[in-house]
Design a protein around this ligand. Structure first.
Ligand code: NI
Ligand code: MN
Length: 225
């Protein structure tokens, strides 16, 4: 699998030749100003919740790529209102797609769309594909529910927010990594705004101390996993 980082919580996982893009937010991110969204490809776009820092570029990329947009029913209704036609609404539970089995699992956060409309339940995703298995928690604090994830999949890696303030910080992400029984964590949702700036070395050391690895990717970077 190949992970490519577009900043904040926007990334692409290529698995079995299928590109899955998550939480498209690039143009409003000053740190990602070198990313050209016209170059972002996707077969599927998965949306964790409706906040602007997760959907700002969703409509543009969905219309250009004709990728199938998967997210909460209310997120999908908003996308449809903006002309997106290739959609698949879900709620907490699971469904099968071309890339494998997908669980949409609870996140403890909030969710409203950029126009103020209700965004449904915020969530995270467990992808159980032929090439591997991973979990993206979306924006959330640490929850006991994360202990269910190992029942769904023996994870190859997981993507967790580490910026604090709106989500888990690195300390809680370490506990989350223990709950989900995963040793390779990619940190997201850090440095974009003043509230979520972090000390990279200190965060990595917290994971190292418990025998786990925290990767804080550079924007534009691709990593083989
Ligand atoms: Ni959010
Ligand atoms: Mn967010």
């Amino acid at each position: 699998m190949t992970f490519t980082y577009y900043g904040h919580s926007c990334f692409c996982i290529e698995t079995g030749g299928i590109k899955i893009l998550f939480d498209p937010f690039v143009r409003g991110n000053e740190l990602a100003k070198d990313i050209d969204i016209a170059g972002i490809q996707a077969d599927y776009i998965l949306v964790s919740h409706g906040h602007g820092d997760h959907v700002a570029d969703l409509v543009d990329i969905a219309l250009r790529t004709n990728a199938m947009v998967i997210g909460a029913y209310e997120v999908i209704a908003w996308a449809q209102k903006h002309g997106v036609q290739n959609v698949h609404p879900i709620n907490f539970g699971s469904a099968n797609f071309g890339f494998g089995k997908l669980h949409f699992v609870p996140a403890a956060h909030s969710s409203s769309m950029p126009d103020g409309s209700y965004g449904g339940n915020p969530g995270g995703f467990v992808v159980n594909g032929g090439e591997g298995k991973f979990y993206y928690s979306g924006d959330t604090c640490l929850t006991m529910d994360m202990q269910l994830i190992p029942r769904y999949a023996r994870l190859d890696f997981a993507l967790l927010p580490v910026g604090g303030n709106f989500t888990m910080d690195a300390d809680d992400a370490v506990i989350a990594a223990q709950f989900i029984e995963c040793d390779k964590i990619i940190g997201l949702h850090f440095d974009t705004f003043g509230y979520i700036r972090i000390d990279h070395e200190a965060a990595k050391e917290k994971f190292r101390a418990v025998g786990k690895e925290l990767i804080l990717p550079k924007i534009g970077e691709s990593i083989e996993l």
